[in-house]
Design a protein around this ligand. Sequence first.
Ligand code: 4AD
Ligand code: MG
Length: 459
Amino acid sequence: MRTLIKRALISNGPMDSITIKGWVRTRRNAKEFSFLEINDGSCLANIQCIADAGIPGYEDAARMTTGAAVGITGKLIESPGKGQQWEIHASHIELIGEAPADYPLQKKGHSPEFLRSISHLRPRANLYGATFRMRSRMAQAVHRFFDQRDFTYVHTPIITDSDCEGAGEMFRVTTLDPTSPEKQRFENDFFEKPTYLTVSGQLEGEAFATALSNIYTFGPTFRAENSNTTRHASEFWMIEPEMAFCDLEGDMDIAEEFTQYLVRDTLEHNDGDLDIFARFVDKGLIDRLEFVADKPFQRVSYTEAVEILEKSGKKFDYPVEWGVNLQSEHERFLTEEHFNSPVTVYNYPKSVKPFYMRTNEADNQGRETVTAMDVLVPGIGEIIGGAQREERIDILKANMAAHQLSEKDYRWYLDLRKYGTCPHAGFGMGFERMLMFVTGMKNIRDVIPFSRTPGSCDF
Ligand code: 4AD
Ligand code: MG
């Protein structure tokens, strides 16, 4: 029976016989014995093993180089050395799979760019093993948060015929043959019409919220936007709750509570993985997370935010005036410099937002806004975008017309307003953006196992 190293290291006492399996991180040879540091990815820490010369398998010790797969059987004993409580005194070692001398992860200190080029081996590097364990834990925490609040998990489709965000950033899904022009007609295509990878499960989520009350989706999302930034991926994961009988205020409450829950969960349940980020990635990480977990978020309307930006006297690449969409430099000024805290900005100009958001009454200057909200956090900017939805069918139809959307294509979506319409609201959180926030990792490519970005789809 194999024991995971994570379990061995928290043993309550010594053990007469234990078997661990994993990959060699380092090996030091002395005359009469070898020291092996083994990692199996169950936790950040290695377990140290001492193998005396002459034990079964020792003839292969020289080939147990960094990266080799090995099995070690022996006694779990209290470690005299510093830094670990337990170590293994081996009675039998086995070379399971060699790693020749060209194994790329010999030493620490590789650049993130190089490690991306070996994304298939990257999880064996400490920082990335920790990142992907954090990712797994945060995914579990997402489900826990919603389950505890009676939300139903809904699987919305990945292939769709609608552009939820209306930004036209969609990947086409087709079986048409690009080399045969006569076959390139949509009626000959697999679904007999244009179809795409989803940019958001929201519209389908609304159908379920207006039946099951509180729902959420959590799945892959695709955007063909050509923005080569550290915060945009072509394939990412999004969490989208949708709540019936909920307004903008309630939406912001849940978005903020959810963000704080994930931060607190990370602080409380990280099996020591957080240390490596605090040590090597972002010295202020733990303080920042504790601050966010406890302090209420700032809330400002878009109009107030624009006033703050205008008064700041700062020179932005994109000048600010009422009516423009906030750019990442503006978002980061608000959250990092002005408020120095997470900020929720709400009620954006109608002209910069999608068709489905609820129209507010015009302000005293006749300016029209919609019930949009974005949650911004220091270091990242936007991690959540959401809104109260337009539940009034006439206004929704007018918005669709203004966005050149045909009622025929969205008949099912209009039905949600025709039959038992109700106020409802929801939001989308970028899972990788949240993961960047809790780890301090600077590039979205480094928190997703195999990243897809413009010009890059390897593995
Ligand atoms: O603000 P967005 O575009 O909102 C929606 O898609 C709504 N339909 C959500 C809803 O109300 N149900 O995207 C939501 C979040 C963003 O705040 C951001 O965190 C993340 O998704 N996101 C991306 N993450 C990584 N790469 C990209 N290209 C992203 N685009 C959006
Ligand atoms: Mg957005």
